[in-house]
Design a protein around this ligand. Structure first.
Ligand SMILES: Cc1ncc(C[n+]2csc(CCOP(=O)(O)OP(=O)(O)O)c2C)c(N)n1
Ligand SMILES: [Mg+2]
Length: 348
């Protein structure tokens, strides 16, 4: 049994796609993945590409670290279903992002073809002074063009800032101040499940709900990327659900399951936030692959069976299965997407 979990996870996807059989009928590119879903076959394949790109950057981060060219190895692996948000949100919906929101970032970048998200991420990983958003200060997600203000590694510190911006959107309109954003823009703010317990996160959530209660617009979409763990400490089961499902002055949506189901719930959460100008929490279930970071020895708190059970829930694996089963893509198409990323890695 492999102890190199990166190789094990990559092998799982390769095996899945080697053994997959094409569906008897192909879906037309604009056909929904299932009747009534908003996710089309074409969009689902694009999401898969974005997710594979995000995963490739995670692997590159570890390769760069191993060869002493980089410092940062916290991955987005396992969180890639957040790509639906990157596809659904508009470029004039500012995003304050969790450090694992890489697939969201890749999907969002499609809307501005002049942006080079993979290259920019690599510069950031290497703490290059040419990193366009942090100048080598720290590896962060950020882009002026994409309206993604760079954050820090201080967990939850971005929630109050994001709430401040959501509040300011309404104020700017009243003061006739041109923000460059649309009247119906919303702010997206993603964070981890453990971070949701931080006093700073609670301050942000509280402020948003307080504004809603007072009738003040605060169009913020909180996204909890819930992988069930913070470093080595499990979040109690259903903690986020139990705490927020019925919290007053906050609409709660839970996204889990197949990629089309996740996409549909995310779309509804965005629409409700945009129309109501009020806070919404999207609870996105995910898994964390490869430990907290490259330096984290996960076997000190999870045995191999537990690690493999999580790896079996890899969203790339599940999405590949879904795309093939629905006829959205043939296995060969997905194999080519994966191979293109792998060969780029090898040629560096
Ligand atoms: C204010 C602050 N306290 C502690 C840390 C150390 N720290 C980094 S990540 C993390 C856990 C975060 O867990 P979660 O929010 O669930 O995100 P995940 O890594 O699981 O995606 C902690 C405690 C930090 N970066 N900032
Ligand atoms: Mg977590």
């Amino acid at each position: 049994m492999s102890t190199n979990r990166v190789a094990a996870v990559e092998a799982n996807l390769d095996t899945e796609l080697e053994n997959a059989r094409a569906a008897p009928q192909r879906l037309a590119p604009e056909a929904p993945l299932r009747p009534g879903s908003r996710l089309t076959a074409r969009a689902a394949v694009e999401l898969f590409e974005d997710q594979v790109l995000s995963r490739a950057l995670d692997v590159a981060a570890r390769e760069l670290k191993r060869t002493n060219r980089s410092f940062y190895t916290i991955a987005s692996a396992g969180h890639e279903d957040d790509a639906v948000l990157g596809a659904l949100l508009r470029l004039d919906d500012p995003c304050f992002l969790h450090y694992r929101s890489g697939a969201l970032m890749m999907a969002r970048s499609r809307k501005a073809p002049e942006v080079t998200p993979a290259f920019d991420t690599l510069l950031s990983l290497c703490a290059s002074a040419e990193d366009p958003i942090s100048g080598g200060r720290h590896k962060v997600w950020g882009s002026r063009r994409l309206w993604v203000p760079p954050q820090t590694s201080t967990i939850a510190s971005h929630l109050p800032k994001a709430v401040g911006m959501a509040f300011a959107l309404g104020r700017a309109r009243r003061l006739d101040h041109d923000t460059g954003l649309a009247d119906d823009s919303i702010v997206c703010c993603s964070c981890g499940d453990a971070s949701m317990n931080h006093a700073t996160a609670l301050a942000g959530l509280n402020a948003a709900r307080y504004l809603k209660k007072g009738g003040v617009p605060c169009p913020i979409l909180f996204v909890c990327e819930d992988n069930g763990i913070g470093i080595s400490v499990d979040t109690p089961r259903r903690w986020i659900e139990d705490t927020y499902e019925h919290a007053p002055h906050l609409r709660y949506f839970k996204a889990e399951g197949e990629i089309d189901e996740v996409g549909d719930v995310a779309a509804e959460a965005i629409e409700v936030c945009r129309a109501s100008r009020a806070p919404v929490l999207l609870h996105l279930k995910c898994v964390r692959l490869w430990g907290h970071a490259g330096s984290d020895v996960e076997t000190t708190y999870h045995d191999l069976a537990e690690i493999e059970a999580v790896e079996a829930r890899d969203p790339l694996l599940r999405n590949a299965r879904r795309l093939v089963a629905t006829g959205a893509a043939e296995p060969a198409t997905l194999r080519a997407i994966v191979a293109a990323r792998a060969s780029r890695r090898a040629s560096r």
